[in-house]
Write a protein that binds this ligand. Structure first.
Ligand code: NAD
Length: 265
């Protein structure tokens, strides 16, 4: 593996599970030391840390409930005391599928706080230093639901359209930072369709219609994703790693679908 991120520090929020954990592992394999964050039991946190360190670099877990801005600030201060953040991946996210009229107000608040506002707080804290150093990568894990809507996902779709807009503003503000040689400061969204992780399990179960789990997966894919294949978390991580390379310096302000042609329709 090309350890082109040697000497860099990355923070990946929501990296105790799913896509974030795969991204943390891939960045570790690429040489970055990785600050992981996310919820879970002591055993889950230990298992996540082991996977990330086994991938090749140092890693530590930094606690923060991302619904709480003061905990986000505490986490960022602690990570920055460990190393200036060169790569910021906002991956933490939650979902609650229900018709708009039945969405609990608390779900709206939590989804907007974790999926959108947390990224505002981390970016606000980290981008000025990236600008001064002339290198930085912000990767926001949005969704196809940052590009198109689906029924029953009002807060989620609102949060993901929001993070696509937030990322474009930040990309514009930092577009001229650094140089081609230093790699510049880029801000992008990655927009996955269906990815095999715990987040979508309730939706798979809801689509079983009395059949097997595979029937639930097939039904979800038939509805939206023309490739009829789910992505794996490591497929998303591979795109994130590429976006961290120096030669991606002019890829900024983009919202890259990895969606089996979902949004081509
Ligand atoms: P996941 O449930 O496997 O992981 C979510 C992570 O977020 C976990 O580490 C969890 O601990 C963390 N998290 C949740 N609430 C938190 C809080 N209050 N504070 C701190 N951390 C918190 O889900 P995933 O599928 O890996 O999702 C990761 C991201 O990818 C999300 O933003 C999601 O919207 C997005 N996404 C997922 C899919 C998919 O099909 N799985 C598709 C498109 C986008």
């Amino acid at each position: 593996m090309d350890r082109f991120l040697q000497g860099r520090t990355a923070l990946v929020t929501g990296s105790t599970s799913g896509i974030g954990l795969a991204i943390a592992e891939a960045l570790s394999a690429a040489g970055a030391r990785v600050a992981i964050n996310g919820l879970g039991s002591a055993e889950q946190l230990e298992a996540a840390l082991k996977r990330v360190t086994d991938a090749g670099s140092e890693a530590r877990h930094f606690d923060a409930d991302l619904r709480k801005p003061e905990q986000i600030t505490g986490m960022l201060d602690a990570v920055q005391a460990w190393g200036e953040i060169d790569v910021l991946v906002n991956c933490a996210g939650i979902q609650h599928a229900a018709p708009l009229a039945e969405q609990p107000a608390q779900k709206w608040d939590d989804i907007i706080a974790i999926n959108l506002s947390a990224a505002f707080h981390t970016m606000q804290h980290v981008l000025p230093g990236m600008g001064e150093r002339g290198f930085g990568r912000v990767l926001n894990i949005a969704s196809v639901h940052g590009l198109v809507a689906s029924k029953n996902k009002a807060p989620y779709v609102a949060s993901k359209f929001g993070i696509v807009g937030l990322s474009k503003v930040a990309a514009l503000e930092y577009a001229a930072a650094g140089s081609r040689d230093s790699g510049g400061v880029t801000v992008n969204c990655v927009c996955p369709g269906w990815v095999e992780t715990p987040l979508i399990e309730p939706q798979i179960q809801a689509h079983r219609n009395g059949g097997s789990r595979d029937d639930g997966v097939r039904a979800l894919l038939e509805e939206k994703q023309p490739s009829q294949r789910m992505s794996l978390p490591e497929d998303i991580a591979a795109m994130v790693v590429w976006l961290c390379r120096r030669e991606s310096h002019n890829v900024t302000g983009a919202a890259m679908p990895i969606d089996g042609a979902w949004t081509a329709q």
